[in-house]
Design a protein around this ligand. Structure first.
Ligand SMILES: [Zn+2]
Length: 96
């Protein structure tokens, strides 16, 4: 009886730890991806779409209508997306 209980308890605890580990690794990957794809990166990688003193344009369709969305879930990050084709262009930190 207790053998089964402790076996189940062990499975629950180890799978919880495994899930938390995988979730933290995944969040780290996402954060690195957001940091890498900043506005500075966008200007450098796509100079035809964004330069200093120029309105930002979509690198896919060329539209100048860019909307900002908060990513939420305590990420404190925002994505800048094209209103025309919906592509995400770059990421920035939320203003605190
Ligand atoms: Zn677009």
């Amino acid at each position: 009886m207790w053998d089964v209980f402790y076996t189940l308890l062990g499975i629950v605890i180890s799978s919880t730890i495994a899930f938390a580990y995988v979730a933290s690794k995944y969040k780290g990957l996402l954060e690195r991806n957001w940091e890498r794809h900043s506005f500075a990166w966008y200007c450098e990688a796509f100079p035809h779409a964004a330069r200093a003193g120029m309105e930002v344009a979509c690198r896919h369709c060329g539209s100048g209508r860019v909307t900002v969305k908060n990513l939420m879930n305590h990420t404190f990050m925002r994505s800048h997306c094209c209103e025309n084709c919906g592509e995400t262009l770059y990421f920035s930190r939320e203003k605190m």
